[in-house]
Write a protein that binds this ligand. Structure first.
Ligand code: TLP
Length: 347
């Protein structure tokens, strides 16, 4: 049987054998009563990992960001966020659909940052004509910006500006551990001045379901109410929390392997005629690459690779994405490169 090499996303990872065992053994209770011991243990561990007072398990990254935004902002208030951010592009406009929150976008630089002067210019003054700016959102790693990692110093600088202007900071850290591993810092350092952070268990860390939001005890207490409103209060959620604990305890250090595979893929794609990639900007596990000429379309490339058991994501005209993760080996990268060469060289 042909092996499938699925590079569409790190969300396709399957739970490890240890995770499956943890699910079977998990001690359970009703989490809406605060009585699921495994969920409580995950939340304590997650808060410690992020250096925050408290944490709460949610169903997904989208729910984590939405619960945080709805907790920070009232209707008619404004959030400043990158024009390439996941929350702006890919979360179905939840903040406006459910919270009446006004999105104010600022241009993302290729490294995933927004210029401090652009953020400052976007923060509203006090005037009855304007919505009130309540929150700035950052994303680390930045999905659409090549999976780039924001440094602790950058996040601190945004937070200092926010504090000066009475605005809060939320960080979408869906892949925060990829950033920590790439920069060689503790994840805590990356979020030390953010008021809230959400991170995913179900992406590079391979857990089957779940994300966690972290912040002050007061913020998380309020966010529990928001999660209930969203229908996200779960009962024996220990079945989700148990593999989440395994993810945090066992799956962080190995992310370096995914980064090495991504780098290798980008470096070699850059040498295939008709394709262009930027290995210098491939810091973590996400590789974007472009079709240089018109001879092969992105659709055709995806179809042809699909026939060889390799799955990629087309994210725009002539733009493709490959994400490395648990289950993708260096050999899989070589097979992918061989298939790419074959398709690009066949007329
Ligand atoms: N990203 C997914 C897709 O939605 C594009 C992916 O395959 O990359 N923040 C960031 C930065 C994300 O990349 C994602 C998922 C989310 C939030 C949302 O997480 P989920 O899918 O758990 O709701």
């Amino acid at each position: 049987m042909m092996k499938t090499i699925d590079l569409r996303s790190d969300t396709v990872t399957l739970p490890t054998p240890t995770m499956r065992e943890a699910i079977c053994r998990a001690e359970l209770g009703d989490d809406v009563f605060g009585e699921d011991p495994t969920t409580n243990r995950l939340e304590k561990l997650a808060a410690e990992c992020m250096g925050k007072e408290a944490a709460m398990l949610v169903a997904s990254g989208t729910m984590g960001n939405l619960a945080c935004l709805l907790t920070h902002c009232r209707r008619g208030e404004e959030v400043i966020l990158g024009d390439q951010s996941h929350t702006f592009l890919y979360e179905a406009g939840g903040m406006s659909a459910l919270g009446g929150i006004h999105a104010h976008t600022v241009r993302n630089q290729p490294d995933g940052t927004m210029r401090l002067e652009d953020i400052e210019a976007a923060i509203r003054g006090s005037d009855v004509h304007f919505p009130r700016t309540r929150l700035i959102c950052l994303e680390n790693t930045h999905n659409r910006c090549n999976g780039s990692a924001l440094t602790p110093e950058y996040t601190d600088a945004v937070a200092a500006l926010a504090r000066k202007r009475g605005v809060r900071v939320h960080l979408d850290g869906a892949r925060i551990f990829n950033a920590a591993v790439a920069l060689g810092v503790d994840a805590k350092e990356l979020v030390r001045n953010a008021d809230s952070v959400s991170f995913c268990l179900s992406k590079g860390l391979s857990a089957p379901v779940g994300s966690v939001i972290c912040g002050s005890s007061e913020f998380i207490a309020e966010a529990r109410r928001t999660r209930k409103v969203l229908g996200g209060g779960m009962r024996q959620s220990g079945v989700i929390a148990a593999p989440g604990i395994t993810a945090l305890e066992q799956m962080v250090a190995r992310l370096a392997e995914d980064h090495a595979n991504a780098r290798r893929l980008a470096e070699r794609i850059a040498h295939i005629r008709g394709l262009s990639a930027d290995p210098e900007r491939t810091q973590t596990n996400i590789v974007y690459f472009e079709l240089a000429g018109k001879r092969v379309t992105a659709e055709k490339l995806v179809t042809q690779l699909g026939k060889r058991g390799i799955k990629l994501l087309r994210v725009g005209p002539g733009l493709l994405r490959a994400v490395t993760h648990y289950g993708i080996s260096a050999d899989d990268i070589d097979s992918t490169l061989a298939a790419l060469r074959e398709v690009m060289e066949t007329r």
